[in-house]
Design a protein around this ligand. Structure first.
Ligand code: SAM
Length: 293
């Protein structure tokens, strides 16, 4: 089957409203998503799957999910699977989302890390934004680090930012945002850390190279059996990601984070997530912030 089949105007796929996702095809998609990403799509997500994939079917000129499954299976290099996963993932994010995390980082965690580093002579800080979506989270962390270390010279601080969704990762590494998206950054930091490109409605704010250079963007699937990091981490942000996984996968992911964190390292999770299921690995520090035991 030619994999580059485009929508044929004489044979358009039905509009979203008339697309049906039969049980068998829904189950196949659920299993593919689960095995590729760990994301556990519950049975009531059928309409969400239809709405997220309808446009893809139209683009490909396919009339039904039965045809789409055939198409996915015929695609030996897995390119279509990547397209599908990119559409299924939920990417909602914001600059300085859950602002209390950045406050805690700046006011408590970084001063403690700084003091310990100054004592030991190890002036190195490494952190990870796991499930970074379009970049707002790692750039918010990078701004917080820049602000903190501005008057504390001699430190080497860097951030890894990863996601499974290649479209989001591309956006993240571009670091260009519409004016409405950068509102939470505030005027002073907008001027300091972003370059404005263009005017009026078409204006974009681009993250300055100094900030972007602090971050390494990588495609990484948290379901990978190993987290191959060379240097142990001071903290991990994995927020609003675990929510999509079942208990077994959550425990497995948290165990791997535990391994790559320094003794006493911290993990930040989303507002509706908790680490109750791994009490032997992490201790509660503050709302949705935990410390490695
Ligand atoms: C809702 S966003 C959260 C973004 C950001 N952490 C925040 O809280 O604002 C969840 C992100 O997790 C990513 N994700 C989902 N499953 C993943 C996996 N198995 N490995 C890596 N990233 C994954 C999605 O692609 C998506 O960008």
């Amino acid at each position: 089957m030619p994999l580059d089949r485009r929508a044929r105007p004489e044979n358009p796929a039905p509009a979203t409203g008339t697309l049906v996702l039969p049980d068998r095809e829904f189950e196949i998609i659920r299993q593919m998503v689960k095995s590729q990403t760990g994301i556990s799509l519950s049975l009531h997500k059928r309409d969400l799957v239809i709405s997220r994939l309808a446009r893809r079917l139209r683009t490909l000129g396919l009339d039904s999910f039965t045809e789409y499954i055939q198409y996915l299976r015929a695609d030996s290099d897995g390119g279509e699977l990547v397209h599908m996963i990119n559409r299924i993932t939920t990417n909602k994010t914001d600059f300085f989302r859950e602002r209390h995390h950045f406050q805690l980082l700046h006011d408590k965690l970084l001063p403690a890390l700084h003091e310990a580093g100054e004592k030991s002579g190890q002036r190195v800080l490494r952190a990870w934004s796991a499930g970074c979506s379009s970049g707002e989270e790692p750039y918010s962390i990078a701004i917080t680090l820049s602000e903190f270390f501005a008057n504390r010279p001699g430190w080497d601080y860097k951030l890894l930012a990863s996601d499974l969704d290649t479209v989001m990762l591309e956006k993240a590494s571009q670091g260009e945002y519409e004016p409405a998206l950068v509102e939470p950054v505030g005027k002073a930091w907008l001027g300091k850390y972003f370059d404005r490109q263009g005017r009026g409605e078409g204006a974009l704010y681009k993250v300055k190279p100094e900030l972007r250079q602090m971050i390494t963007f990588r495609k990484f699937n948290l379901m990978h059996p190993e987290y191959p990091l060379k240097v142990p981490l001071d903290f991990v942000f994995c927020r609003n990601v675990l929510i999509y996984f079942d208990l077994e996968d959550k425990v497995s992911i948290l165990t791997k984070f535990h391994r790559v964190l320094k003794p006493g390292g911290h993990i930040f999770v989303g507002h509706s997530e908790s680490l109750m299921m791994v009490k032997d690995l992490f201790r509660f520090v503050d709302t949705t912030v935990y410390r490695k035991l």
